[in-house]
Design a protein around this ligand. Structure first.
Ligand SMILES: [Zn+2]
Length: 467
């Protein structure tokens, strides 16, 4: 698609998921078992990984079924049978139901992590059963005991990577955690999960069409990142199948897009290749909802809507040539701290989110002041050309989401996000974390304002998304 910038890594598209897992994790993630009946392999996995001691099953309280039977009961039965085969005490299977926050699902915050670590102290094998948040929490449970993740939905790409998305001081932060030892994705389990889950997964997956552009900018402007197309190309390749009319083919594409996404994040050592404006919007919406003790939609569902927005923004940037600018001259506005605090004080008058965000944004501004940007300007045409090739139309992302009946608009989220909140979320983007996106450059140019956001909304609506 675009010329490789360097050949640091090889394109692993030709590897099986298992081979890819071993290559990406240096052998820490030993197996990824997929397909119909994958769950039955859990018995062998337990027998192999667990010579003696306590097996901890981590899960949430949400009921799940496989072929009409309770999933937890099924999993419990498989583990117990394996323990009996090992001549181990079946009582060594201990369950911990991760508590949900009142009125919410499970939240991966400091309190939850502490409770899970306490529960896992004696474990010699941890099995996490659930979707994204349970995966993130399970990776924090125990440093040394092997970890098996049984993925119950194709909801997010965070299973096959050594990172956890946590809520720290009320803010979403990606933290290093660990690779799972084995990842199980049973087709019967994930295909029988509620449709909303896979719709969220598709939303997370389409970010592969917008996020690399922010990663490219950050890398080339000396703001962090080691841009390499070989990181995202295999994920884009898998993502091409997401529009296939055959459900089984499209679902297999989603398994590959999400799982290889995790592996490639792990290989890159950063979520940056898959997380740009698309993800920032989702994180900002989460933070606002949490501060107001309100509900928000799934991570990936929000990311999908935001990807249509991000690609609409890129269409405008390319058309109006907005990056044709001397970046050496660009500076953050003098009132950056004030604007950061004002942004967050609107939803959190205690000032705590303002403090937390300014720590990150202040660091970003410091980094920008010392970043070497002359090389970027010298090759400006080449960079703009590369970015044009990197970002498909907003239509393309919207069509992929629609193939799965996934939301494409803020008003279709659960609960709906209204125009005021959507506008605030977009304007807040440069004021949230330490990672540079194209919105930072637009902010420095004085262009990140209501007028441009209106244009983005209109463009997104034309593509089938927007408000
Ligand atoms: Zn994501």
């Amino acid at each position: 698609m675009e010329p490789p910038v360097n050949t640091r890594s090889k394109n692993p598209s030709t590897l099986t998921l298992d081979e890819h897992a071993v290559a990406a994790s240096g052998g820490e993630l030993q197996h990824i078992i997929t397909g119909t009946g994958a769950l039955n392999s859990l018995a062998e996995v337990v027998t192999t990984l667990h010579p003696a001691g306590q097996v901890l099953l981590l899960r949430d309280a949400t009921p799940k079924t496989i072929n009409g039977v309770d999933l937890v009961e099924t999993v419990r039965g498989i583990i117990t049978t394996a323990l009996v085969e090992l001549e181990a005490d079946p009582e060594s299977l201990v369950e911990f139901v991760v508590p949900a926050k009142a009125g919410h699902d499970v939240v991966a915050n400091e309190e939850t992590i502490a409770a899970v670590q306490e529960a896992a102290q004696e474990a010699t094998l941890v099995i996490g059963l659930g979707s994204g948040t349970i995966g993130d929490i399970s990776k924090m449970a125990h440093h040394d005991a092997p970890l098996v993740l049984v993925q119950t939905a194709l909801s997010v790409n965070g299973f096959a990577d050594p990172l956890s998305v946590l809520v720290l001081n009320g803010a979403k932060r990606t933290s290093p955690s660990r690779w799972p030892s084995v990842l199980l994705i049973d087709d019967d389990v994930v295909s029988q999960a509620p449709a909303r889950m896979a719709q969220s997964g598709v939303g997370d997956a389409v970010a592969i069409w917008s996020a690399p552009a922010d990663w490219y900018l950050s890398s080339k402007l000396g703001m962090g990142g080691n841009y390499d197309p070989n990181i995202y190309l295999p994920i884009r390749e898998a993502g091409m199948v997401l529009q296939d009319p055959d459900d089984a083919v499209a679902r297999d594409g989603l398994v590959h897009a999400l799982t290889r996404g995790g592996l490639q994040i792990g290989m890159a050592g950063s979520t940056a290749p898959l997380s740009g404006v698309d993800h920032l919007v989702s994180h900002v919406l989460d933070m606002a909802a949490m501060a107001e003790n309100a509900e928000h939609d799934y991570h990936g569902t929000q990311v999908g809507v935001a990807t249509v927005i991000a690609l609409s923004l890129w269409e405008i940037i390319h058309e109006r040539d907005l990056l044709n600018v001397d970046t050496v001259e660009l500076e953050y506005p003098d009132d950056l701290e004030q604007r950061t605090r004002e942004t967050w004080n609107r939803i959190d008058p205690t000032g705590s989110l303002g403090d937390e965000s300014w720590r990150a944004v202040g660091n970003k501004a410091k980094k920008w002041a010392s970043a070497t940007r002359a090389a970027f300007d010298a090759a400006g045409d080449e960079h703009r050309e590369h970015l044009t090739g990197l970002t498909p139309t907003a239509h393309f992302a919207a069509d992929t989401l629609l193939r799965w009946d996934a939301p494409t608009k803020f008003s279709q989220l659960t609960p709906p996000v209204d125009e005021d909140r959507a506008r605030w979320a977009l304007l807040a983007l440069p004021f949230m974390r330490d990672r540079l996106t194209v919105c930072d450059l637009l902010l420095m140019r004085g262009l990140w304002n209501d007028e441009l956001i209106d244009e983005v909304f209109a463009r997104a609506e034309h593509a089938g998304g927007g408000l």
